[in-house]
Design a protein around this ligand. Structure first.
Ligand code: ADP
Length: 730
């Protein structure tokens, strides 16, 4: 029956469904090793009809069958080879090639045999009731199904007149014509067709492999040609390869132009000739190759030298040429001359620095200029508020208190601005020392108490009195704490609470964590990182933030990171925030690590030198102590001995301790140097250094850790005893 809509045959009406006859399961075109990506272009190339034409025609002629290539769905690609007269007849009647499988044209695609062959990966033979028999051989490349070859005939026996007439009617050809061609045709038997399946499979397989190899080779040759073209045509950068020992194996035109060596001249020579003499002496070429070998790639910016001994600033990329898990075959090196780029970068950098310096100068000038009148306003307002100029009416007091609050805010802003300029010019220094966190917390809380009281906010400290000492700049830690507490007060409604606590150590041993919690408005997750940025303020809190510049947390983060710690916030909107930061715990052993080396400990002793600075008359002025510390710093052997920080809570302390591993004569040298230097330092200050020493014995036969622990404890005991003794003498 011919379907009205499409004009095609609906075979199911009079043909029983084609039954696949599995056969030839022995051989398929499977190559498990091939697992490359199969692009549509490669697929088209592999199934190129012209390439297959000869083999298909020869096979068709020899076996007296029609042959065609199909896609995986069974559509004929192009035309049928060795098409038999019956097929030509049907084809000429308007059933063109390429619309479906010619052998089961009546069933229309998908071809049952191809579908089965594609699914099983094996060869399949189909014969239907109209006498149409054909074989489908799948074309497989690795696991990929490319398509199939189908071979067959229209009739494998002279057809009965009735089916013949039906077929003729369905295809719109005359029954007589069909009968004529069927008679002329000398059909092969099904047995031969079946046997030829094996042959077709072998032929197809061999041809596909050969074609695949040829395509790969052609692609490789094309890639090589393009690569050569690229390498040779690249004139602005040097491209060359070296072997695993650094000897040049190839050299492009760009390399010749840039580095001044011809290919013949340089191939076989070590590429170190393009390095400066200093780099060669420091074995930089070898180090770069070994880095590329370890990490696969090495990049470097530095001076390189041409054959004419001209230096230029180069950007160099070295890539190791490795074969999967095999030894290195060599290195590909790309050199770019970036001298001009560097010059521009330097100019831009200098311009930026000039701008920053100018900005810093301006800010620092303005800040200092603002500070003087602010201090005067602060001073005189405080005097008036303290009643030094007589009693104030409640109204006057209220106005003046308001003025004083604003002056304080201005002072804080000015000092934030000064810190920011220091951050920008890398001058925000911290001077870490042996510092008591308990004392700093108490000081910070007492500074903030007035502000808190004004808002009826209670300040609490919940820290153990025996917190370990930290290695930090006390003034800077105080600044961080005050900033966090002040923020807490600012963003907490009246009647709230601010608590300063210490937390269990979070960063592993060696760090102390301090936290400031409030019961305020909290911070949304989106803002928790951003508030640490410069000038960051949460928009919805414009009112409360007005008294700040959005610099406090930025400066706090800079300060904490200069102590090698970190700062973060934990918060819940509407339920308060907890700002935490870490500081390194003071460790005498860590500080003295370079004195407590295994070879020094093996000497069996470490010397502790105490320098007491005694005034000839009066007392030692506290502000001179940092100067004395700097003088003593110069008197010890840099990197060999240690000048201990002030290890007492009582500030200032006029005793300095030096840990040294030296012999007694070495001690005499240090002592006389200290005497001389302190005298030169300021004869007017009339200071007398009293230098004494104690030798700590290192017990032999212990591990280095035990010995270090023992010496550290000994030094701590001696320091405490010395300071206590001095205290008693006073
Ligand atoms: P500012 O001087 O403006 O307070 P900071 O850098 O100290 O600048 O803080 C930046 C912003 O972070 C503040 O404007 C505020 O929005 C938010 N913030 C800081 N501390 C708190 C806090 N304890 N509770 C809620 N928000 C806070």
């Amino acid at each position: 029956m011919i379907s009205e809509a499409s004009g095609r045959v609906d075979a199911c009406q009079y043909l029983s469904p084609a039954v696949p006859i599995p056969c030839f399961h022995g051989r398929t075109l499977v190559d498990e090793s091939a697992s490359m990506e199969l692009s549509p272009r490669l697929r088209d190339d592999l199934l190129n009809l012209d390439a297959w034409s000869e083999i298909l025609t020869t096979y068709g002629r020899t076996m007296r069958v029609a042959v065609a290539l199909t896609d995986p769905e069974g559509h004929v690609l192009g035309k049928c080879h060795n098409a038999q007269p019956a097929w030509r007849l049907i084809h000429d009647a308007g059933h063109g090639w390429g619309t479906g499988c010619p052998f089961c044209i009546a069933t229309s695609p998908p071809c049952t045999a191809v579908a089965e062959a594609m699914q099983t990966g094996g060869t399949v033979m189909v014969r239907d009731q109209a006498g149409l028999t054909h074989v489908a051989v799948p074309l497989l490349l690795g696991k990929r199904r490319l398509g199939a070859i189908i071979a067959g005939q229209v009739f494998d026996r002279y057809p009965e007149p009735l089916p013949l007439r039906r077929v003729a009617k369905e295809y719109g050809v005359s029954a007589q014509q069909l009968w004529d061609v069927a008679r002329k045709q000398r059909p092969v038997s099904r047995a031969i067709l079946q046997a030829s399946g094996d042959l077709l499979c072998a032929l197809g397989h061999a041809f596909l492999q050969q074609r695949y190899g040829a395509i790969l080779e052609a692609n490789l040759a094309e890639a090589n040609r393009r690569f050569r073209f690229l390498v040779e045509g690249t004139r602005d950068c040097a491209l060359f390869t070296v072997d695993s020992t650094g000897h040049v194996t190839s050299w492009n035109v760009g390399a010749e132009r840039m580095l001044g060596y011809g290919e013949a001249e340089i191939v076989g020579h070590n590429f170190s000739c393009i390095f400066t003499p200093d780099d060669i002496e420091n074995r930089v070429p070898e180090k770069q190759l070994s880095k590329a070998l370890q990490t696969g790639r090495a990049e470097d910016d530095g001076w390189r030298v041409t054959g004419n001994q001209k230096q230029f600033w180069a950007n160099v990329n070295i890539t190791a040429l490795l074969e999967d898990a095999g030894p290195v075959r060599g290195f590909a090196i790309i050199v770019r001359d970036v001298t001009e780029r560097r010059k521009i970068a330097i100019i831009l950098d200098e311009a930026r620095w000039d701008r920053t310096r100018l900005q810093e100068k301006f800010l620092s000038h303005v800040s200092h200029e603002l500070r003087t009148p602010l201090t005067a306003i602060y001073f005189f307002t405080t005097n008036v508020l303290d009643g030094l100029l007589g009693d104030l009416t409640p109204g006057q007091r209220e106005h003046l208190t308001f003025a004083l609050d604003n002056v304080k805010q201005l002072k804080d802003m000015v000092s934030d601005l000064l810190d920011i300029t220091r951050v920008e010019t890398h001058k925000l220094n911290v001077e870490p020392q042996h510092t008591s966190p308990v004392k700093l917390i108490a000081e910070a809380l007492s500074t903030c108490r007035t502000n808190a009281a004004a808002k009826n906010i209670s300040l609490r400290s919940d820290v153990r009195p025996d917190l370990p000492f930290v290695w930090a700049d006390p003034a800077r830690v105080r600044q961080i704490l005050i900033n966090l507490i002040d923020n807490g007060i600012k963003f907490t409604p009246e009647g709230g609470t601010i608590t300063v606590e210490s937390r269990p150590i979070v960063e592993g041993e060696g760090f102390l964590c301090l936290s400031v919690s409030d019961t305020g408005c909290g911070i949304s997750p989106a803002n928790r990182e951003a508030i640490f940025d410069r000038l960051a303020q949460v928009k919805s809190r414009a009112e409360a933030s007005r008294s700040g510049l959005g610099l406090g947390l930025f400066i706090a983060r800079e300060l904490v990171s200069r102590h090698a710690g970190r700062i973060w916030v934990e918060s819940q909107l509407g339920r308060g925030s907890t700002f935490c930061f870490t500081l390194p715990v003071f460790s005498l052993a860590k500080l003295c690590a370079h004195v407590f080396t295994a070879s020094n400990l093996a000497k069996g002793f470490v010397i502790l030198i105490a320098v007491d600075v005694v005034p000839i008359e009066g007392v030692v002025q506290a502000d001179i102590l940092p100067e004395i510390r700097r003088v003593l710093e110069r008197c010890i052997h840099a990197g060999q001995d240690v000048l201990l920080p002030s290890m007492s809570d009582a500030d200032p302390v006029e005793t300095f301790f030096i840990v040294a591993c030296t012999d007694p004569s070495g001690f005499t040298v240090i002592a006389s140097r200290i005497g001389r230097e302190l005298q030169n330092f300021d004869s007017a200050s009339r200071l007398k250094p009293v230098v004494s020493s104690t030798t700590l014995l290192v017990p032999p036969g212990q591990s280095t850790k035990e010995q270090t622990g023992g010496v550290t404890a000994g030094i701590e005991r001696l320091v405490r005893a010395h300071l206590l003794g001095k205290e008693r003498l006073k």
